[in-house]
Design a protein around this ligand. Structure first.
Ligand code: EPU
Length: 334
């Protein structure tokens, strides 16, 4: 276990905010986390992070930041059709996807190159290119941060929806994810109908998970900024789900508007709306709307959180003015 006081979080958040935590603790096992809880060593406020790829620190964190270094990718069950793989929360998500693809397991390839770690995948219900991680999750093993008890949530207990889970709502801050078990398929069941995946795939008959992974990596690299080069936290906003009536009214005005069927209404891409407002590349201070994908806000170098927040507000205002739709941040403000 590693414990540091007055710890710089600069390398722990992809937006590149230069802030500190009063205390930073990295644990390697469930037992180490249980020991911290039992010995009363957890300090409030407490923030559990993964790779810090979905956060905007707005100031120094006057509490304890916890990080899991629990690793391991273990097969825990299989049939002729599928393999259940139990993965440590601290495994880098894309390392797991790469391993799954190498071992010929299907299901995770569309989620290639998403920043973050396995623990966060289950909290955030990460999704891209027609797949959400909830479609793969069997169960999530957690540690109760109050009692130290281990509790396993079956998929149905996690209340998954678009970018939502019970861990972000009723149980926010209560549990730390220790392991996630994913069910991956031994035979291809590919999802190729989102956006331009098919046109990026090389022209051949049967695609492997690796072909799809490579296509997704190409698409993402064309549109999304590399956080190692330009600070960002991926999509800054969630795509709003509007009522059927609102959708029809908007469609009259914007007949080519992209849209997706969603639970409770129709999902309209916020990136498209921001783009329609003419904001692609728009800069305020050292914060900007990414010039290739308007859903992403970027740190042009040394931006303060105030600059990012001011830009986000401006974007929300403009979208509301033009479309009458509220867009909410996907990124967590800390
Ligand atoms: N669009 C524009 N202009 C833009 C951006 C998008 O016109 O600047 C249009 C696109 O042409 C397309 C539609 O909007 O018709 C959707 O765009 P895209 O496929 O790029 O996806 P998105 O809805 O903007 C979501 C996820 C991404 C994920 C992609 C691909 C959310 C909040 N974001 O973005 O996730 O990679 O779909 O599936 O749901 C992330 O969460 O950090 C993330 C990058």
């Amino acid at each position: 276990m590693k414990i540091y006081n007055d710890y710089s979080l600069l390398e722990k958040n992809t937006f590149g905010m230069d802030v500190k935590a009063r205390c930073f603790v990295e644990y390697d096992s469930v037992e180490e986390l249980q020991e911290l809880i039992r010995d009363g060593k957890l300090q409030q406020p407490l923030l559990h992070i993964g790779q810090g790829s979905n956060l905007l620190f707005t100031k120094d964190f006057e509490g304890m930041v916890l990080h899991s270094a629990i690793r391991g990718v273990d097969v825990v069950g299989e049939t002729a059709e599928w393999t259940d793989v139990k993965v440590g929360a601290g495994v880098v998500w894309d390392d797991f996807v790469a391993e799954a693809v190498e071992r010929g397991w299907y299901g995770a390839e569309n989620l290639s190159l998403i920043p973050g770690e396995v623990g966060a995948s289950a909290v955030q219900n990460i999704g891209a290119y027609g797949v959400e991680v909830k479609d793969l999750i069997v169960e999530v093993e957690c540690v109760d941060l109050q009692s130290g008890a281990v509790r396993t949530f079956q998929n149905a207990d996690c209340q998954y929806a678009y970018r939502q889970s019970v861990f972000k709502h009723e149980l926010k801050g209560r549990y730390a994810v220790a392991y996630v078990t994913y069910r991956l398929l031994k035979e291809a069941k590919l999802h190729l109908d989102y956006g331009n995946i098919r046109s990026v795939l090389a022209d051949k008959k049967d695609y492997t998970a690796k072909d799809v992974r490579n296509a997704i990596i190409d698409i993402r690299n064309q549109k999304l900024p590399d956080p190692k080069v330009t600070g960002n936290a991926g999509s800054f906003f969630m795509n709003p789900i509007v009522s059927q009536e609102k959708y029809e009214a908007l469609l009259k005005e914007y007949p080519t508007m992209p849209h997706y069927e969603a639970k409770g209404g129709v999902k309209i891409p916020a990136g498209w709306m921001i783009d329609q407002c003419g904001l692609k590349g728009f800069q305020m201070g050292r914060a900007a709307v990414h010039d290739k994908q308007a859903l992403v806000l970027v740190n042009k170098g040394g931006a303060s959180s105030e600059e990012i927040v001011a830009l986000a507000r401006k974007v929300q205002e403009k979208v509301k003015e033009k479309f009458g739709v509220d867009i909410n941040a996907e990124v967590n403000f800390i």
